[in-house]
Design a protein around this ligand. Structure first.
Ligand code: 5GP
Length: 190
């Protein structure tokens, strides 16, 4: 029997999920591990295969999808790229007693919660919509089309925050890290 837990973390693009999760991983004494997702999107500068994502072409993704290898998978940006959680990644970590963190979009999160009711869902919120838009524009890694899609997607995701078990506002990194770690401690003690 493992004591592993499944944590699902979502939040709109630009909310600073990555940075916050890195801080939480650094600060928490719990055995947190990321499940590396698969995606058909191109890798960004500095991203590594098997670390940030398993990058694959659409044919391979589709083959593995039909093969039932994903716990959940979705075309995150319409007409764009596919993202998916590999069942093998999740099981490997849960069986080792780790707390597996899935950083996935809202559709994926509700699918995981439907299949695995024991999953704990956490939504990372921005201080305000304006701050989020500023951050997305400032990121500079997107072309106009992709930015527009991300803004629309962010707006749609924000309306689903209430479906999550827990919500954390990421206005101040230190404070948000503390809130996140306190929440994990409470979960560990129940
Ligand atoms: P990015 O392209 O910026 O790395 O991620 C874009 C979006 O895809 C984010 O909202 C991220 O949470 C989501 N995402 C990443 N991996 C997965 C996954 O395995 N499944 C789902 N459903 N969404 C994912």
């Amino acid at each position: 029997m493992s004591n592993g837990k499944l944590l699902v973390v979502s939040g709109p693009s630009g909310v600073g999920k990555g940075t916050l999760l890195r801080e939480v991983f650094r600060s928490s004494s719990l055995p947190l591990v990321f499940s590396v997702s698969a995606t058909t999107r191109k890798s960004r500068q500095g991203e590594q295969h098997g670390v940030d994502y398993f990058f694959m072409d659409k044919e391979e993704f589709e083959r593995r999808r039909l093969n039932g290898e994903f716990l959940e998978c979705f075309e995150v940006y319409k007409g764009g790229d596919w993202y998916g959680t590999l069942q093998s990644q999740v099981d490997k970590h849960l069986n080792a007693g780790n707390w597996v963190v899935l950083e996935i979009d809202v559709k994926g999160a509700s699918e995981v919660k439907r299949i695995r009711q024991e999953a704990i869902t956490i939504f990372i919120e921005p201080e305000s919509r304006e701050v989020l838009q500023e951050r997305l524009r400032g990121r500079g890694s997107e072309n106009e089309d992709s930015l527009k899609r991300r803004l629309e997607q962010a707006e749609a995701e924000l309306t689903r925050a209430k479906e999550y078990d827990h919500r954390i506002v990421n206005s101040d990194l230190v404070l948000a890290t503390k809130h996140f770690c306190d929440l994990l401690k409470r979960i560990a003690n129940v």
